[in-house]
Design a protein around this ligand. Structure first.
Ligand code: FPP
Length: 236
């Protein structure tokens, strides 16, 4: 632990909730219930370790295709955690931010998301970024549509478009790119998650299923990151 370089921004693809539940003969949604408890713990662990940004993939644009029962269970969890995270955020000086197209959610969920963002906006510690109804290609499409509208209105010129300009139209506009990406459950795919932002990130794949993830696993990932020969990034 000592002298570990802490990555400024850690992103996590939380995978394996369904398999965790199946192994125990439980419905898939119980895996998500357990997964949420681990999210809560990970936010506290990340804040204490001095990580500045933690981004998690909570619900993808593809996840709507899951069974009605599973999607409903995830929506109920978002309702419950929008309230619960208010308390956790304020106790841990955490600022919560959402990325993705939230317009597809029920009005009360949108309201919960907005109030969580507004209430925690003044906090100065960890920024906890939650990707919901998120797909990287959809984010780029939405961002480029806005950029083209600004072009049409004369706010920017095509010849002025830099990589930074493109970044500024993405949902993550005010955040540094991740230094470290962790994916649990042994799968080694990006699944349409922050593709542009991960251009220079280190990838760490853990075999553990998301509900079994804990602080030791997070530290192991950071240790592996410390062992990499890294030439880019924001780490302290
Ligand atoms: C992947 O496991 C996990 C998800 C699709 C959902 C992850 C969501 C949470 C942990 C809840 C997040 C909540 C908050 C409050 C941020 P999977 O179902 O794909 O597992 P499998 O690959 O084993 O089937």
């Amino acid at each position: 632990m000592e002298n570990l370089r802490i990555p400024a921004h850690v992103a996590i693809i939380m995978d394996g909730n369904g398999r965790w539940a199946k192994k125990r003969g439980l419905p898939r949604k119980m895996g998500h219930v357990e997964g949420c408890k681990v999210v809560e713990q990970t936010v506290e662990d990340a804040a204490r370790l001095g990580i500045q940004y933690l981004t998690v993939y909570a619900f993808s644009t593809e996840n709507w295709k899951r069974s009605e029962d599973e999607v409903d269970a995830l929506m109920q969890l978002f309702r419950y955690y929008a309230k619960r995270l208010l308390k956790i955020a304020n106790e841990n000086n955490v600022r919560v931010k959402f990325i993705g197209d939230i317009s597809r959610f029920a009005p009360d969920i949108i309201e919960g998301i907005r109030s969580l963002e507004e209430t925690s906006a003044k906090n100065t510690g960890l920024t906890f970024c939650i990707a919901v109804n998120y797909g990287s290609r959809d984010e780029i499409r939405r961002g480029m549509t806005r950029m083209m509208e600004d072009c049409r209105e004369g706010k920017i010129l095509p010849s002025e478009v830099t990589e930074e300009t493109i970044s500024s139209y993405l949902d993550t506009a005010d955040m540094p790119d991740p230094d470290l990406l962790i994916r649990t459950s042994g799968e080694e795919r990006l699944s349409n998650f922050i593709l542009w932002q991960l251009a220079y990130s280190e990838f760490y794949f853990a075999d553990v299923l998301w509900p079994d993830f804990n602080k030791d696993e997070l530290v192991k990932a950071i240790e592996a990151y410390n062992g990499r020969d890294r030439r880019f990034g924001n780490a302290k």
